[in-house]
Design a protein around this ligand. Sequence first.
Ligand SMILES: [Zn+2]
Length: 297
Amino acid sequence: MRPAGRVEEVFCPKCKRYVGTLEKCPYCMAKVPKRLAFRLLKWGGLAVAVLGVLFLYIDVRGPHILAKNPYVISVGDTYKENAVTMNFGQVIMTGKATFVKYYDDMRSLGMFLTDLDNENQDIFIRAYDVTTFTLFDMEKTRLNENSPVPKFPAVGDNVTLRGNLRVRASAAQAGEFRMLYIQYPEAVLNIERQTDKTPVSIAQINANPDNFKLYQRIQIEGKIISTGDLGWAIPLNLYEMSTGAEASVMVPNILNQFGRTLTAKVGDLVRVKGAIQYYYGTPQIWLASWDDLEVIG
Ligand SMILES: [Zn+2]
């Protein structure tokens, strides 16, 4: 078979052996001149491919010139009949965090987001190890810099995420299943943590729990009279000096990932912020991060 191209381009000018598309002879290392068009095709093609992938990689995370923004849906949308058609789609959704946990065995973050308008509709959120640990680091840095913008979601937050949707519809036998995977830390788009600056009395909460919305963030003060260990949280029992009322404050274990541990102890007077949850009718205050706890005496 006769080699394609001009003879002087595919044979080494020095040793005359066949070198094909190589620009340097592999036998005698002599330079084999090639036409400019050929070199452009060879290296230009590679450059276009590399730049193209790089462009898509950047575009999908930011400017959205080619890659369109993902759909913004609600948690409740994943309960609609056509939800299965959204399977594996990239979506943006906002929900209220009602459960946040670090799974030690899988080294991953897991949480439930509840629909903002329907508390009976929720979706499980998962982030794998690299993303989870980066978020831990970001929260650590945030606390060290005294920034008020939370980087790690907590119970009671309104969290906006971008992720990959998995939906199994409500077929009677298969059962329902909804999950959103977040694949990189930037996928945590927004964490809205309400800061109610008005302190409330523990006695007020205990007397009229109906006045306080579930997951509402409040601020209380009291003396720590006892602590415990539930495995996933450390409960602090607070005693309000002026009224004698008591409240249960929860320090979730996940806070230990933010570079600090609990230093407040029995006898300390503390100011605490947190989201209200009810445990068999008894209010519990859930800390979101270390800046929710302040020893004041
Ligand atoms: Zn040669």
